[in-house]
Design a protein. Sequence first.
Length: 382
Amino acid sequence: MLKFSDYFAPFHKNNSQLIDIEKQIEGFISASEGLNPDQQIEKLKELRIHQIGFPAEYGGTPTNTAGIVAVCSAMTSSSIPRGVVTTWLMNILVSRSYLLNHASKELCKHWLPQVVDSKKVISIAVSEPEGGANPKTIKTEGKVAGDSVTISGTKTFITNGMIADAYIVMAITDVDASGKKAFSAFLVPRETAGLSVEPMKEFDHMKPATHATITLDNCEVPVSNRVGEAGVAYDKYARPFPIFESVVQMGTQLGNLRILITECVQAMSDRTLYIDQIGALASALATLELTAAESGEIVDNAAMSSSLNRHMLAFNQLVENLVDPERGLFPQLVAELTSNGDSFELDSNPAYKSLVGLAKFGRRVNLARSKRAATELLAEIS
């Protein structure tokens, strides 16, 4: 049986704080036993798990991105629901990626200690009802006049939107003669006059994480609430964010993979019949853990790089090779289990369904990553 610390072992490199964080997470998982998801979220707050990943000056326990991947893996491996992990994770990611990395010292001093203390939730508002997060279709405007900016528009698919205390809103602040838009991001508190929040239909697999649509009707905030530089927010902040998110979500996939491997092996009446498959699964898990740990370290140094692109491509392809319904190792293994008289239901398994869903998404984004990797390799060869 794996010790709890084994879940963190591949992520210890360059991460001296992770040993203390392991103890925090182990305590949370133990205290969460028997609680429903809403109660688990309250337990996250009570045990101050939101301090993970922030500097000590804001009351946090520092760790690099690889450490957050490890936390996601440990939580998921311990059957903490995806919605609970997502609720915690998105507050951490948004607050780190936007506020900690780009906001003014004044904004950080005001908001980050409250995030660390589990008193405030920050959400990112980029996507819109028509066109999603495509900058060509974003219509929300921010009109700057003196020391204030007035923002009008609609944002949707906001994770944690119903529990957020503030939204970082992506808005057009200028359009040049050619029609090119310049974007800036502003922190808009929930109580701002003219801001209304409506719940979206929840995704069953994400409960109790909430999603919302917000409407901003001439919402006025100080220009000092701008997050980062003016006019460059989409390219510098919005584009890299899904990359950070994808790297951290590797932890969710690792956690589900550990669950699936454990349950498959437990279904084997004679494990000696499956030594080759068990060995292949062990090798794949170790490779994925190392790839995730390295990806976490790389992403802290560059939002996107050739090596990170290849790491993410390899990770997604290996997961797909394990779970693909037509040719994956797991479906083949379950077919062999069935032929030997053992029983294991794969298609309805929550961990498997989550892995298949993320693999489908990864397949789409891998097309662009494959082209980039191929172009770079061809250039190296020539």
